[in-house]
Ligand binder design. Structure first.
Ligand SMILES: Nc1ncnc2c1ncn2[C@@H]1O[C@H](COP(=O)(O)OP(=O)(O)OP(=O)(O)O)[C@@H](O)[C@H]1O
Length: 227
């Protein structure tokens, strides 16, 4: 479902004399349907960079990334948006929303985007918010003023409303209490069971062991730096 071949990446810092930082070379990764792969490796090894490249946020220097039928490394911006709507969900660590949109609509939005009738989308959103213990009194409010943990749970609910065939998860259990952490691990397990291909960063080792089938150490793709 997700195929990465011989991927490399360098950042050019235009505002710092055009310095170039090589962060990845010869990265390969294949994630099948129903499989969860954890990206591991030291801080700065390139885990987030790889996730952002899969999502089409960062351009590749060489190599290819395919998600379903989309060749991300060759896709037009329009094709990337279609992929993000239909195929690839991304639960980032931080919630970014349009101000003043009520939480229930924030969570229902990915389903509305794929043509789900409003009532059904809102029912599914409500079900997830309830499972993630967001009090019903908050559903009509914008999540911008919510606590860090509440915002993270809204983000997770939003990432799991539509049954994306593939998912990127960036620290999905980071600031959660034990009860909500267990709910999130159940959601991940259920997504795998319905065939989602998942790539995640989990500093929570126990969570990683519970839901991930294997680990990929991205340090193996870090270019050897000249001394
Ligand atoms: N937008 C950017 N511009 C320049 N350099 C960047 C950019 N994003 C990441 N880097 C560099 O790429 C390298 C990899 O960073 P990345 O955030 O992918 O690491 P990570 O493995 O996710 O680290 P952590 O576990 O600390 O989050 C770092 O050296 C970082 O400085």
């Amino acid at each position: 479902m997700i195929e990465i071949e011989n991927l490399s990446k360098a950042f050019t810092l235009h505002n710092q004399g055009g310095a170039t930082i090589r962060v990845m070379e010869g990265a390969n990764l294949s994630v099948q349907k129903g499989e969860c792969v954890a990206l591991v490796g030291a801080s700065g090894a390139g885990k987030s960079t790889l996730m952002r490249m899969i999502y089409g946020n960062y351009l590749a220097e060489h190599g290819s990334i395919r998600v379903g039928r989309t060749v991300v490394t060759d896709a037009s911006p329009r094709d990337i948006l279609t992929m993000r709507r239909d195929v690839l969900g991304y639960v980032s660590q931080f919630l970014r929303v349009v101000p003043r949109v009520p939480t229930l609509d924030v969570v229902a939005e990915p389903l509305l985007a794929v043509g789900t009738p409003r009532d059904l989308a809102r029912d599914r959103a409500a079900e997830l918010l309830e499972r993630l213990n967001i009090p019903q009194t908050l559903w009509g409010l914008s999540p911008t003023t919510f606590s860090g943990g509440e915002q993270q749970r809204v983000n997770i609910a939003r990432g799991f409303t539509h049954d994306y065939p593939a998912l990127l998860l960036d620290e999905p259990t980071a600031s959660l209490d034990a009860t909500n952490r267990a709910v999130v691990l159940d959601l991940i397990g259920a997504a795998k069971a319905r065939g989602a291909a998942i790539v995640g960063i989990f500093h929570d080792e126990a969570a990683r062991d519970q839901v991930c089938d294997r680990e990929i150490d991205v340090t193996a793709f870090t270019p050897v730096r000249a001394a």
